[in-house]
Ligand binder design. Structure first.
Ligand SMILES: [Cu+2]
Length: 426
């Protein structure tokens, strides 16, 4: 009777279970943020600890469940039970008691050893990874404004300061002169060299955020007034998806970032590009009008564009905006969605990426700049916020409770010119 019930339930449950497990498939192109597909040593050790726990839980489940099923079947009621003598209850069995206590301790130790060693391992760059980094092979160190190729740096690992803001991430490379103070910081897209250990310093300029790249490492909080750190390493070139993993306000869910893993030579070139200023815009073009609007519409108060405007320090640095594959806390994707999907499907890999698509980027720029809950579109209806409560359309001074709308209205032509200007910033 029981077994028939279970076999029927199993028959019904099997397809659902299969569907559920299919979600864990590593090859599925929709699994962009999967901790089950580790691509670096930190993610790997976290995955291993997880699997240790899973296997122990499976063994315990089978043991306890098996004993229960055995007891249910073996001691089920039978005809004539009521007349049989009642079995005398046993009391106390030292062997069973000591055995169970020892087994429980054993299970805890089995979990504790890999867990603790993983916690220590993920805390900071392990000594054996340091010499492999050879920082100065790619770039000089900056000292008092001068580039110095000095030896000590060779022994250092690359450090990235990650600064959390509502609702985007700013990345700074202090050893390389890529900082907000130096007017060259990198918003939304972190670039790291393949196969190198990177020390990550986590800071917040407002509330708590959390740094997480599921396939590479995670997650450690960015706390206001507190210095946290961790380390990461990626062993395969590619485009990885990161995410803020600590609720931080309205647009927390839209607070993504990307991690671009490139070959070390590529990385050196990227650093040089990031340090360059924006090229002059061609005269009498839409871009030139857009550049003027960027000043007139107060964009320059918040945004820095090195070589053109230098006042802004609060918002993402736009000096190289057109070279980034994503926009606005990496929420808007600047690649052609169809081409990207085709690439992911054909390679069965979400780390493969197409390049920035000009038309998509332009549409995203117009959508982002022109959108806000307080402006109205051509149809007279309020436009939809791309990111609710974002600090561009709703500015908030520190220590001031209410948000102030900083929305301005734009004509279609103004938006077009602004976008054309930003598109020149490669
Ligand atoms: Cu968040």
């Amino acid at each position: 009777m029981f077994s028939r019930f279970f076999s029927r339930a199993g028959l019904f449950a099997a397809p659902f279970l299969a569907l559920l497990l299919a979600g864990c498939s590593k090859a599925d192109y929709t699994v962009r943020q999967s901790t089950l597909d580790p691509k670096g040593p930190v993610a790997q050790i976290q995955y291993d600890v997880f699997m240790d726990t899973v296997w122990l839980a499976v063994v315990l489940f089978a043991l306890v469940g098996g004993l229960m099923v055995y007891a249910v079947i073996r001691f089920r009621s039978r005809p004539g039970d009521d007349t049989a003598p009642i079995i005398e209850e046993g009391h106390g069995n030292p062997l069973v008691e000591i055995g169970l206590i020892t087994a429980s301790i054993g299970a805890l130790v089995f979990i504790a050893v890999p867990t603790l060693s993983a916690i220590w391992y993920t805390d900071d760059v392990p000594a054996e990874s340091v010499p492999a980094s050879k920082l100065s092979a790619w770039y000089p160190r900056l000292e008092a404004g001068k580039e110095v190729y000095a030896k000590p740096l060779e022994e250092q690992v690359l450090e990235i300061d990650v600064i959390g803001k509502q609702w985007w991430f700013r990345f700074e490379y202090p050893q390389l002169g890529l900082t907000n103070d130096a007017k060259h910081s990198v918003p939304n897209e972190m670039v790291i060299p393949r196969g190198k250990a990177v020390r990550i310093n986590l800071r917040s300029e407002d509330v708590i955020h959390s740094f997480w790249i599921p396939k590479i490492a995670g997650k450690v909080d960015l706390m206001p007034g507190r210095k946290n750190h961790m380390w990461i390493q990626a062993n395969e070139v590619g485009h990885y998806y990161g995410q803020c993993a600590e609720f931080c306000g309205d647009s927390h869910a839209y607070m993504l970032f990307r991690c671009e893993v490139v070959e070390p030579e590529e990385f050196a070139k990227w650093v040089q590009r990031q340090k360059s200023d924006a090229a002059p815009v061609a005269p009498n073009t839409k871009a030139e009008k857009g550049k003027e609007l960027f000043g007139a519409k107060t964009c320059a108060m918040c945004h820095n564009i090195s070589g053109h405007y230098g006042a802004g320090a609060f918002a993402p640095d736009l000096t190289h905006i057109a070279s980034r594959k994503s926009l606005a806390g990496a929420w808007l994707d600047n690649r052609d969605p169809k081409a990207q999907l085709a690439k992911e499907q054909s390679t069965k890999n979400t780390e493969q990426s197409v390049e920035v698509d000009r038309a998509t980027l332009k549409a995203n720029l117009i959508k982002w700049i022109g959108s806000s809950g307080v402006s109205t579109g051509a149809d007279g209806k309020p436009t939809k916020d791309v990111k609710p409560g974002n600090r561009m359309h709703y500015y908030k001074m520190f220590n001031v409770v209410s948000l102030t709308e900083t929305h301005q209205s734009f004509t279609a032509d103004e938006l077009d010119c602004l976008a054309e200007y930003l598109l020149t910033l490669k």
